[in-house]
Ligand binder design. Structure first.
Ligand code: GLY
Length: 469
């Protein structure tokens, strides 16, 4: 069997899912070299070499890559920070290792202002009405306030406030969800404005879907749609998080989407890609340059934001159901000949467990937290036993966790996710939840309505209403 060495830059279960997909290769004998944010127990077990780089500093990651460059055939990057900071440019200029992620120039996730301007040029219809407030243009607080309030008058307060720089979906504040008075909105606005530009844009009513596509520089190969659950608590309540779970259906689209919605998304992203990549393509775009948060209004599809990397937890719903070998997919990305990807016709549901402080859970539900368990080790043994029982139908992916001696502890962010895979979304959800229940310790909590029938039916009814059916 052919040998392959792969560098994985890792943070969260997104990279754990990549490592799992690589290690499940039937065509290659895979050795993984992980530059990890923490002592992730799964990654440590699977890695040939594992290094912990808590700030994922690109210089340090590059030194690790250099040390093993004779054994590494290519690298892939999960988290946004090193991509934005130019990890690909650095490693490719200092080693012979080709990297799968966009170059710094094309990591458009770095700026929401740049995204809005790019869309304005090539697909203006996806932008809501927006205005950019830049502290470079005005430092007088009273003037900014007047200007902002004039804009709020025009949009009848129905706005989303977005910092220019990425905040993993957590810097966005929405009227009616995060604030109900102008003073609250202004406070959120100023907290961001003091650090840089802020976009204030029309709030769009609709249902969200996450579009992701692999790109070899010449072709864009769309992956099935997924739905992310951004808010912390059941019923889409509480603050935004990195995403408490996600699902995909058996086919390419989500139950509340029409074929037309899906086609429209593909057409829009391809149009932007074609303009951006030029007629001969552009290898700098390799990876997942488009992970787009769309919102469907029943009449049109708008873009909330674009990211230059795989979604977390969205990619965990995709990688376990690839029919093609993930190593072959990566080689095709590097060779510029990835024209299609075969997927299993299976639904997948991802549920995350998080520690009590995450998403403000302990403050919102102090009585639900098992105080005796706070800070205790997390036991994944029973969940792994389930994985043996269910075989290909369940995955257990540790995320923000670290191994200390023989125990595993949750850190500050989403700790571990389980992926259920089945013919239907409901079956997949039940499997994912069984995995979640088998994980004990650490006072971890989870949303109970990820991909529930009620939640999905609510989305379907909402879209019917918006379409005027
Ligand atoms: N699911 C949100 C993100 O990956 O940014």
């Amino acid at each position: 069997m052919e040998k392959v060495g792969i560098l994985v830059v890792s943070y969260s279960a997104r990279a754990t899912a990549m490592i799992d997909a690589f290690k499940r290769s039937q065509n290659y004998h895979v050795k993984i070299y992980v530059a990890d944010k923490q002592a992730n127990p799964f990654n440590m077990e699977k890695a040939e070499k594992h290094v912990i780089i808590p700030d994922l500093n690109v210089e340090v990651i590059c030194r690790f890559a250099k040390k093993y460059q004779r054994e590494i055939d290519f690298g892939i990057v999960g988290p946004e920070k090193p991509i934005i900071q130019g990890i690909r440019d650095k490693i490719e200029s200092e080693t012979d290792i080709p990297m799968i992620c966009p170059t710094k120039e094309f990591a458009i996730e770095a700026s929401k202002v740049a995204q809005r301007r790019l869309f304005e040029k090539f697909a203006p219809e996806v932008n809501p009405r927006f205005r950019i407030f830049n502290p470079k243009d005005c430092s007088n607080v009273e003037e900014v306030r007047k200007e902002l309030f004039r804009w709020l008058d025009e949009l009848n307060n129905q706005v989303a406030v977005k910092p220019d720089v990425p905040a993993a979906g957590k810097g966005v504040g929405v009227w009616g969800d995060h604030f109900i008075t102008r003073e609250q909105l202004f406070e959120h606005f100023m907290a961001n404005y003091k650090h840089g530009a802020v976009i204030v844009e029309e709030k769009i009513e609709g249902e969200e879907s996450s579009f992701q596509a692999f790109c070899d520089g010449k072709h864009l190969v769309p992956l099935p749609e997924t739905r992310d659950y951004k808010r912390a608590f059941d019923g889409d309540k509480g603050p935004n998080t990195g995403g408490m779970g996600a699902y995909k259906d058996k086919g390419e689209k989500l139950p509340f989407m029409t074929d037309g919605d899906r086609q429209k998304e593909i057409e829009i992203v391809n149009r932007i890609f074609r303009q951006w990549a030029g007629s001969t393509g552009n290898p700098s775009l390799r990876g997942i340059p488009f992970y787009v948060a769309f919102i469907h209004t029943g009449k049109e599809s708008k873009i909330l934001e674009n990211n230059s990397r795989p979604g977390d937890p969205e990619i965990q719903a995709i990688l376990p159901v690839l029919k093609d070998d993930f190593v072959d997919i990566c080689y095709k990305i590097l060779d510029g000949n990835l024209t299609r990807i075969e997927m299993e016709k299976q639904a997948a549901v991802v549920t995350y467990k998080a520690p009590p402080n995450y998403g403000g859970y302990v403050d919102a539900f102090p009585d639900k937290v098992n105080k005796a368990e706070i800070g205790t080790p997390v036991d994944l043994t029973q969940a792994y036993e389930l994985a043996v029982k269910y075989g290909d139908k369940i995955r257990i992916y540790p995320a923000s966790m670290e191994k200390r001696n023989s125990e595993t502890y949750a850190l500050k962010s989403r700790a571990v996710c389980t992926v259920g895979i089945a013919e239907t979304i409901e079956e997949a959800r039940q499997i994912s939840l069984r995995g979640i229940k088998a994980i004990t310790g650490g006072a971890l909590w989870h949303r109970t309505d990820i991909a529930s029938r009620e939640h999905i039916e609510k989305s379907i009814r909402h879209m019917e209403l918006l379409r005027g059916n």
